[in-house]
Design a protein around this ligand. Structure first.
Ligand SMILES: [Zn+2]
Length: 224
């Protein structure tokens, strides 16, 4: 078990926690979900749109999405304010890490397109907790960057106002609109990472653990 502030099953190896503890936490979570630890795939996300198409367990650095058609693999994504998304369709599973940069880079659209190219049926998504628009004021330049990159529908959904009246981004609303545009049915789980003390939040705590989104073949859906 990790020591504070990682003592709630932190799954991130890059936030200063002991790697042995992170590994043990991952084994604990796998065990709780009834999934094999030795089939887990993790990723080192970089707020981009590169996708790792994986057929073996292990770690993939520099990608913000994982896709697999290999039965038995367990795909994981981590986030603490950024959203995590699990996707599934006939014969394919995927996970995505997506903050505002990922939304602008359309990591969601790229992942859905790649999954659709190898799947015969409709995709479904589970969208995990994220920082909400009320808690996420940003500089106007960031708003302009996002608006210039995404569709009008997505920008209308994602651009909002913070609690103190500043321009802000609702990452999850943008993701849900993008998934809707793409015809992906979705389920939204969890609330705002900043407001809900039970969730990890980088903005609130700086040094912290990360939420984990896990999906595997055979599971009914992505599980948080
Ligand atoms: Zn909030």
């Amino acid at each position: 078990m990790s020591k504070p502030p990682f003592n709630e099953l932190n799954l991130a190896a890059h936030v200063g926690d002991d790697p042995g503890h992170v590994n043990a936490n991952l084994a604990t979570v796998s065990g709780l979900l009834g999934l094999p630890r030795n089939r887990v795939v993790t990723m080192g996300a970089v707020h981009g749109a590169r996708i790792g198409f994986v057929s073996e367990p292990g770690h993939v650095e520099g990608v913000d999405a994982l896709i697999s058609t290999s039965s038995g693999l367990v795909l994981t994504a981590l986030g603490a304010d950024c959203a995590t998304i699990a996707l599934s369709g006939p014969g394919v599973i995927g996970v995505v890490h997506c903050g505002w940069r990922g939304l602008a880079a359309d990591v969601v659209g790229s992942t859905v397109a790649q999954m659709q190219s190898v799947s015969s049926g409709p995709l479904e998504a589970v969208v995990g907790p994220a920082i909400c628009g009320k808690c996420y004021p940003v500089l106007p330049a960031r708003i302009l960057e996002l608006v210039s990159a995404v569709s009008p529908r997505v920008s209308v959904a994602a651009v909002t106002s913070s609690r103190d009246g500043q321009p802000s981004i609702d990452i999850r609303a943008g993701i849900c609109e993008r998934l809707s545009e793409l015809g992906v049915r979705m389920h939204v789980v969890g609330g705002c990472t900043v407001e809900d003390e039970a969730l990890f939040s980088f903005r609130r705590d700086s040094v912290t653990g990360r939420q984990g989104m896990v999906i595997a073949f055979g599971a009914a859906d992505g599980q948080e």
